[in-house]
Ligand binder design. Structure first.
Ligand SMILES: NC(=O)c1ccc[n+]([C@@H]2O[C@H](COP(=O)([O-])OP(=O)(O)OC[C@H]3O[C@@H](n4cnc5c(N)ncnc54)[C@H](OP(=O)(O)O)[C@@H]3O)[C@@H](O)[C@H]2O)c1
Length: 283
């Protein structure tokens, strides 16, 4: 069984991002800049935002965190985003999720200019992805594809199964796997006989947000299992959607949590930020 560690893959991406960032800074006399807007005080969101800031700074990028109170109105947050859209020195913008209940996701998706939309959530970027002409790839699914490529696990001609249909993971994951010539089974919470479907998968990607619910009974012998889930268990330990020790007895390759997909997501965000900066300057 191979443990599919994210760190070596992320390190190789970040080394390239660092070079591109240095070239950009030299050429344009300023570093690329990422702006993160966070509304409210969700502890996990604060932690993720800090990690993004730290990584951007390590790479020599400028980073701005705009922290707004949970009481900030959608109209005010929209005006903040508009200022960032117009700021010539800001290359990438993202809005940290989850947002307070007063925000309507169907509207928020349109706020960030597509050319600064480093999460690739804007409907224009999502549409381009589904039609096969992406500019930015959503960070987590793109992280999964990059990890598979690094470990030479090709989806071509394979049966892949994706559990979860969120806009940030499950749906774009299916688009990327389909474009990589996999045959994809796509499951959600209403899927009947889930294990009968997951057992057919050569590559099983789990993004259900349910702690350790995939055990070896869901897995075909020799399958590759990618665990996107992140949870903290009752002892404070970080675990995934997959019961690692159990599934590891049957899978041929599996991502650990932590240390698998999580580190990939941040690396892909940094890659999207330098890509946005270069595209805005038409390098
Ligand atoms: N590693 C990273 O960087 C990263 C990034 C993003 C998210 N995550 C983690 O990944 C997990 C998923 O995130 P998300 O944002 O995609 O979650 P989400 O929006 O809650 O979506 C979960 C999806 O799983 C489906 N689902 C739930 N229970 C199921 C079941 N028993 N059988 C089949 N499908 C089921 C849901 O189906 P319905 O649509 O029918 O409700 C839904 O589509 C979370 O643990 C999250 O923290 C990690």
């Amino acid at each position: 069984m191979i443990k599919l560690l994210g760190k070596p893959v992320a390190d190789s991406i970040l080394a390239k991002v660092l070079k591109r960032t240095q070239n950009f800074t030299q050429k344009w006399n300023r570093p690329p800049q990422l702006a993160v807007v966070i509304v409210g005080e969700d502890p996990a969101s604060i932690l993720y935002t800090r990690k993004k800031e730290q990584k951007a700074k390590e790479l020599g990028m400028d980073h701005r965190t705009i922290a707004l109170p949970a009481t900030a109105s959608p109209a005010f947050v929209y005006s903040v985003i508009q200022e960032l859209n117009q700021d010539r020195d800001v290359d990438g913008i993202l809005i940290q999720r989850p947002l307070p209940r007063s925000f309507f996701e169907g509207e928020v998706l349109f706020w960030i200019s597509p050319e600064k939309d480093v999460d690739a959530f804007h409907p224009l970027n999502a549409g381009k992805l589904f039609l096969g002409f992406p500019i930015f790839l959503p960070c987590t699914p793109s992280g999964v594809m990059t990890l598979l490529e690094y470990y030479q696990i090709s989806p071509r001609g394979k049966i892949a199964c994706v559990i979860g249909r969120s806009s940030i993971v499950g749906k774009p994951m299916v688009a990327l796997l389909t474009q990589a010539d996999a045959t994809v089974i796509h499951c959600n919470s209403k899927t009947p006989q889930l294990s009968k479907l997951t057992q057919q998968a050569d590559i099983l990607i789990v993004a259900a947000g349910k702690m350790e619910f995939i055990n070896k009974d869901y897995v075909q012998k020799g399958a590759t299992v990618i665990d996107v889930g992140i949870h903290r268990d009752s002892k404070g330990k970080i675990v995934g959607d997959v019961l690692f020790e159990d599934v590891a007895t049957k899978a041929s390759a599996i991502t650990p949590v932590p240390g698998g997909i999580g580190v990939m997501t941040i690396a892909l965000l940094m890659q999207n930020t330098i890509t946005a900066a270069e595209l805005r300057k038409k390098i």
